[in-house]
Design a protein around this ligand. Structure first.
Ligand code: IMP
Length: 195
């Protein structure tokens, strides 16, 4: 069974991907390969950041790996916070602060359409491939639910009437941006006869 390391320090992302895994490959975490450092993400697009953190892992630890970079893009804010989603309200990278700032900025906007977009980069024996997944929805006016992470309490996907934070992990995984990008990665591995 092939092994792939997931380039993330985010426990929630790890949990999401572990739940999606099937028997197709073995997932290694950063802990498994004794990587205890922050992975660099200084790019100005999701594609660049996704590549940067994954490439860093491949170059410095010599493992086949994949990593994602994700952003929440709000239509009436010209795509903000986008690639800056993690530190929208400052370097403290606090989810409550980020949501509060977004709710403030949207206070007088009637268009509350938004999408989550994930770009996953796979590096397999030095070969780089990227996969994209997105889910459309809207930003509601108050936080609801306590599952998930990040902006989940204020994002209602696809008119479903509940936020990501009001869904179980299994339910979020049927339609989330990351699950959609990850499904493409698994499909790709199957087509290339890697799994
Ligand atoms: P990252 O740079 O890919 O780690 O993610 C950027 C930020 O986007 C995170 O810190 C979260 O605030 C937000 N984010 C990423 N994925 C999700 C998600 O599935 N739900 C809610 N927020 C997310």
């Amino acid at each position: 069974m092939p092994r792939l390391c997931f380039a993330t320090n985010n426990a929630h992302k790890l949990e999401e991907i572990q739940a999606l895994l099937g028997q197709d490959f073995e997932l290694l975490t950063l802990k498994d390969i004794n990587c205890n450092e922050e992975l660099p993400e200084t790019g100005d697009t999701l594609e660049k950041n996704s590549l940067q953190k994954t490439q860093y892992l491949f170059d410095n630890y010599g493992v086949n790996c994949f990593g994602d970079d994700t952003g929440l893009e709000v239509e009436s804010l010209n795509g903000e916070p986008g690639v800056y989603s993690a530190r929208y309200a400052g370097e403290q990278r606090n989810a409550e602060d980020n949501m509060n700032l977004l709710l403030e900025k949207l206070a007088d906007k009637s268009n509350r359409k938004a999408q989550f977009k994930s770009v996953i980069t796979l590096i397999q024996d030095g070969v780089i491939t990227q996969f994209e997944g997105a889910v459309e929805g809207e930003i509601i006016t108050e936080k609801r639910g306590n599952q998930g992470f990040g902006y989940d309490p204020i994002f209602v996907p696809e008119n479903l009437g509940k936020t990501f934070a009001e869904m179980s992990l299994a339910e979020k995984s049927t339609l989330s941006h990351r699950a959609r990008a990850f499904a493409k990665l698994v499909e790709f591995l199957k087509k290339s006869n890697v799994v």
